[in-house]
Design a protein around this ligand. Structure first.
Ligand code: AMP
Length: 267
C-alpha cells in the first residue's frame, strides 16, 4: 500500500471526506489494538494500516488534531476532551462515544478499520458492540500488546514527537540526527503534555482501572490475541501479522459490500 489515507473523515467528521479513498485490500481486517499507553500501539497501527490497507482509527489522534485546530473550530465536546487529555485523564465515556458516533460511517470504510485507543472502558466496549451490530460488522480480533511497566515508562518519558508530520523519536532509543529536530520534515520536536512524568502516572492508573478489564472482556468473547512487544517495531509487526494470519477468514459483511470497489467510499 503506497499512499496513505489522510483520515479526514475520522479526524474532522462533519462534511470532511478523506482526500485519498482507501484502497480495497485483498482481505479486509477489523481489529482493535489494546495495551497500556506506551506499548507502541500507534506505531503498530501505522505499520498494519500501511501494509494491510486498513484505516487507522485512533481516538487520541482525533483529540490531537482538535488541539492543533483553532479554538473556534472545536466543538464543545472536543474542547472538554482536551482538558481531560492534558492531565492524562481518560475523557468521559459520553464525550468519547458522541465523538465516535459522529464518525460511525468510518466503521464501514471499505479499507476495513483498525481501532487504536478505543474502546478504553467496558462502557465504551459495550457501546462499540452495539454500533458494530447496527452496521452488521464483526471484529476479527483484539490484539493486546504486552510490555513490562518499567519499559513502558522509559518509552513514554523519552518520547519526542514532531508537531508537523507526527513522526516520533526517543531521546536514547531513536534520537533524531540533529537534537530536537525532526529527521523527516525539519519540525521542532516536542514532548507531549501527556508524556510528562505526572501525566504518565495518571495515564497508567487510568489504564489499570478502566482499560485492563477489557482483556478479560474480549477473552471471554474469544477475540483476544496476545502479542509480546519485541525490541523493534518491525519484529512486533511480524508477530502481529503471524497471529492475524491464523484467524479464520476476516469478517466481510453485507454492510461493507454496500460500498463496491468502484463506488464512493464512506470514509
Ligand atoms: P492515546 O494517544 O490513545 O494514548 O490517547 C491520548 C489521550 O486521549 C488519552 O490519555 C486520553 O486522555 C484521551 N483518549 C483517547 N482515547 C480515549 C478513549 N477511548 N477514552 C477516553 N479517553 C481517551
Amino acid at each position: 500500500m503506497s499512499v496513505k489515507n489522510d483520515r479526514a473523515s475520522w479526524l474532522h467528521a462533519g462534511d470532511a471526506r478523506c482526500s485519498i479513498p482507501p484502497a480495497v485490500p485483498r482481505k479486509i481486517y477489523r481489529p482493535i489494538l489494546l495495551g497500556a499507553p506506551g506499548v507502541g500501539k500507534g506505531t503498530q497501527g501505522d505499520l498494519i494500516c500501511a501494509r494491510l490497507g486498513t484505516c487507522h482509527l485512533s481516538t487520541g489522534d482525533i483529540f490531537r488534531a482538535a488541539k492543533c485546530s483553532g479554538e473556534r473550530e472545536r466543538s464543545p465536546a472536543l474542547a472538554l476532551a482536551l482538558v481531560f487529555m492534558r492531565h492524562g485523564d481518560l475523557v468521559p465515556d459520553t464525550t468519547v462515544l458522541n465523538i465516535v458516533r459522529e464518525r460511525e460511517r468510518c466503521l464501514r470504510c471499505r479499507g476495513g478499520f483498525l481501532l487504536d485507543g478505543f474502546p478504553r472502558t467496558i462502557a465504551q466496549a459495550d457501546a462499540l458492540g452495539i454500533l458494530l451490530e447496527h452496521n452488521k460488522l464483526k471484529l476479527d480480533a483484539v490484539i493486546d500488546y504486552e510490555l513490562p511497566l518499567e519499559k513502558i515508562i522509559a518509552r513514554l518519558a523519552g518520547r519526542r514527537t514532531c508537531p508537523d508530520c507526527k513522526t516520533t523519536f526517543h531521546v536514547t532509543d531513536r534520537p533524531p540526527r540533529e537534537e530536537n529536530i525532526c529527521d523527516e520534515c525539519g519540525g521542532k520536536l516536542f514532548q507531549r503534555e501527556d508524556d510528562q512524568p505526572e501525566a504518565i502516572l495518571i495515564r497508567m492508573a487510568a489504564y489499570k482501572a478502566s482499560t485492563q478489564p477489557l482483556i478479560e472482556y474480549y477473552r471471554r468473547r474469544n477475540l483476544l490475541i496476545t502479542v509480546a512487544t519485541a525490541d523493534t517495531p518491525e519484529e512486533t509487526y511480524q508477530r502481529t501479522l503471524a497471529q492475524l494470519q491464523t484467524l479464520p477468514s476476516p469478517a466481510t459483511t453485507a454492510a461493507a459490500s454496500q460500498f463496491p470497489p468502484s463506488g464512493r467510499p464512506p470514509g
